[in-house]
Ligand binder design. Structure first.
Ligand code: CU
Length: 316
């Protein structure tokens, strides 16, 4: 009965943000290690319960001193030694392999309050982006993890283990995604009021397709028309904090908006990307995301905000 009830929980192990539904080599290792631990713990629990029940059922005084000693030395010394040694061996073997050659593709992820600054580096190319991680399936990727402020933790459960971003340190993680698809990652270290709204989409591209994405991401903004939205974006000082490649290159405080219209979510997973969400965001970012470092534009008339939202959506 209990087992049947537990079975109900199994579907909860899947989904885009599950370490038990791996889409990367390292996540697979962690997943099988988890399974090993669960099965091992269940076996030991069953043995212990069996022994306890036996001890209750047996009449006292019916066993010899030799039997008691064997039980204590066997169950108290030999068994734990073998068990812990096995755990250590399997545990060490599931650690990531650091001896491999450095990855071709390097992704710099910089934790900010409360979003992700992302830069792709391959050869001489360096492409600035934000709040979304794109990966090629079957290729090792080196993540270079830093933070602008407090401790954040970079976690992509389906791809691999998590790693903290520590002030004053550079942490590295090499992961190899295996299964194309869209997954979800999140900040796993409490970092302030909107810590829970610091997530990101992970897009694992089939081999070959990643290069097309990278080329698109390298290119300047897709909409170069002199629209009203673009004029308002520039007139209202948005460019002091946001860069739009090919249009205005000064702002570095907030996320790069060159291809913001192609992102799946707005403001690091706060809402699905849409005209409505963009409008709400520009009007009052704090209402959607307490503590966000962007000023509100409640003084702008609605049609002006809509025009800016349409302009941003056209930047694919
Ligand atoms: Cu964080």
């Amino acid at each position: 009965m209990v087992a049947l009830l537990l079975l109900l929980l199994v579907p909860a192990c899947g989904g885009p943000q599950s370490a038990l539904d791996p889409a990367g080599l390292e996540a697979e290792r962690i997943g099988s290690f988890f399974l090993f631990m669960v099965l091992g713990a269940a076996t030991i629990w069953a043995l212990l319960m069996g022994t306890a029940i036996l001890a209750i059922l047996r009449r006292p005084g019916r066993h010899t001193e030799r039997f008691a000693n064997t039980l204590i030395i066997g169950g108290g010394v030999i068994f734990p030694t073998i068990g812990l040694a096995a755990l250590l061996t399997v545990g060490l073997r599931s650690l990531p392999d650091w001896s491999g050659s450095p990855a071709d593709l390097r992704i710099h992820v910089h934790g900010e309050q409360f979003w992700w600054r992302v830069a792709y580096e391959r050869g001489d190319e360096r492409i600035v982006s934000a709040n979304e991680i794109h990966l090629p399936a079957g290729e090792p990727v080196e993540f270079v993890l830093t933070t602008a402020d407090v401790i954040h933790s970079f976690w992509m459960p389906a791809i691999g283990g998590k790693m903290d971003m520590m002030p004053g340190r550079v942490n590295r993680l090499i992961l190899t995604p295996t299964t194309p698809g869209i997954y979800r990652g999140a900040c796993a270290e409490f970092c302030g009021p909107s810590h829970a709204l610091m997530a990101f989409a992970i897009v694992v591209h089939p081999p070959g397709e990643f290069d097309d994405w990278l080329v698109a991401e390298t290119s300047p903004a897709s909409n170069s028309a002199e629209t009203e939205g673009r004029r308002l974006f520039l007139a209202n000082g948005c460019a002091a904090c946001h860069r739009i490649g090919g249009i205005v290159e000064l702002g570095e405080v907030g996320p790069d908006l060159t291809h913001v219209g192609s992102r799946r979510t707005l403001a690091a997973g706060t809402a699905p990307m849409s005209r409505q969400a963009l409008t709400d965001w520009i009007t009052d970012p704090q209402a959607l995301k307490p503590g966000a470092g962007m000023p509100a534009y409640t003084m702008l008339p609605e049609e002006e905000i809509l025009a800016i939202a349409d302009f941003l959506l056209s930047l694919e």
